[in-house]
Ligand binder design. Structure first.
Ligand code: THG
Length: 370
């Protein structure tokens, strides 16, 4: 099986792709029809340890923004999610499940409230732009919807704050988790949030203006040298241990937010309406049929999970590992799986069948791993 991608215009490059290539990227995946680096030198485990100790620069332009502006923008956003948005203020980021009429997951973006009538949905891998336009047209909402020229560059790891303070000043330290502010870069105002797809701390610079991409990459890179900066990308091991899920891998339209562990972001008894509300209430009344869990399995490093691995209890299939990696801290493979009711308790012994048909002892664990 060839791992090379046929690069065409449909697979969009980012403002940082040339820099990422020069930095020695070892391959890409495609998210939102756009390149996402998948690895640098020398190994996933080495990148994992580096991310936990230093600072990395990630091209996460694939986190595209769906911009919703206009008189009905707040109404439309609330219509799309079971999370109560009524207390959100400009400067807030909120992690929001988006669901369809059956309460199936459409996406799990970060919502940014720029103003009372202006929002960005920073999306995972599904075509939210089309969904949003369809809903707005169907409802006759007064909004304009588009994809702005915004390309997030993530600076992740424990040294990210000290690094960004050298570039953007001490005010960067005052940003709290999941808040954003505006900072000067090359005579422009740029949005920077304390957020990112790791639990090692860090920021995301939502660069507005592709023409500034290479300049921004170089500027952060040069200032990062004294902090031992490296090019990186969302790290599979770290994100599984952190319980950060990936739309299309851990869940799809076939899953509802309650089984995805996103129940804390769903308000079912609020005095606001959202698409899928009655379906979600019904599921809540019955109780979810399965739940997202971690699974540790095997005592030796197994290959990456290209095809889901069956999770068995005795001879019964109770789940499917959809993402898995060797955890150098736990010294076991660790994966995520939906696990059927009756089997999802922490400590439940399971058998995991690998791609070669070999069976490995495992057990259900809680994520995140501390
Ligand atoms: N950053 C931005 N956009 C994104 C992602 C990101 N879009 C796609 C994808 N990642 C969306 N998925 C997640 C999943 C988890 C989190 C963010 C995006 C996350 N959650 C916090 C946590 O688990 O601690 C909780 C946030 C909250 O309390 O509201 O960070 O990474 N821009």
């Amino acid at each position: 099986m060839s791992s090379g991608l046929l690069m065409t215009r449909r697979i969009r490059r980012t403002p940082y792709t040339a820099k990422v290539e020069a930095a020695g990227v070892r391959g890409f995946t495609v998210v939102n029809h756009m390149l996402l680096p998948k690895a640098f030198q020398p190994s996933l485990e080495d990148d994992y340890w580096h991310l936990r100790e230093h600072v990395q620069l990630w091209d996460v332009s694939t986190q595209r923004q769906v911009e919703i502006k206009g008189a009905d923008a707040a109404k439309l956003c609330q219509w799309m999610t079971p999370r109560n948005l009524s207390n959100a203020k400009p400067g807030d980021c909120l992690y929001v499940p988006l669901i369809d009429e059956n309460a199936g997951m459409v996406n799990d973006p970060v919502l940014l409230k720029l103003a009372n009538d202006h929002f960005w949905l920073s999306i995972a891998d599904s075509d939210v732009l089309l969904w949003t336009k369809g809903l707005a047209l169907g409802k006759g909402f007064e909004v304009s919807i588009g994809e702005p020229d915004v390309s997030p560059l993530a600076v992740q790891g424990p040294k990210a704050e000290n690094l960004l303070a050298t570039l953007f000043g001490e005010n960067i330290r005052k940003l709290r988790f999941f808040k954003f502010g505006w900072f000067e870069f090359e005579g422009t105002k740029q949005l920077i949030a304390r957020s990112g797809y790791s639990k090692q701390g860090g920021f995301e610079i939502y660069l507005n203006g592709s023409h500034l991409g290479e300049k921004l990459w170089d500027t952060v890179w040069d200032a990062g040298l004294e902090f031992n900066i490296r090019p990186g990308c969302p790290n599979l091991i770290e994100r599984i241990e952190a319980g950060l899920y990936s739309y299309g891998n851990e869940f799809t339209f076939d899953n509802n937010p309650l089984e995805c562990g996103l129940g804390t972001y769903c308000e079912l008894d609020g005095d606001f309406d959202f698409i899928g509300k009655s379906a979600l209430k019904k599921i809540a009344d019955q109780g979810p049929a399965r739940q997202m869990r971690g699974v540790v399995y095997g005592a030796e490093k197994l290959p990456g999970v290209a095809i889901p691995l069956s999770v068995l209890v005795e001879a019964k299939t109770v789940g499917q590992i959809t993402s898995g990696a060797w955890s150098p801290r736990l010294k076991r493979n660790i994966g995520t799986s939906m696990i059927d009711a009756g089997y999802w308790n922490v400590g439940q012994p399971v058998i995991v069948v690998d791609a070669a048909g070999q069976k490995h002892d495992g057990e259900v664990i809680k994520l995140p791993v501390s």
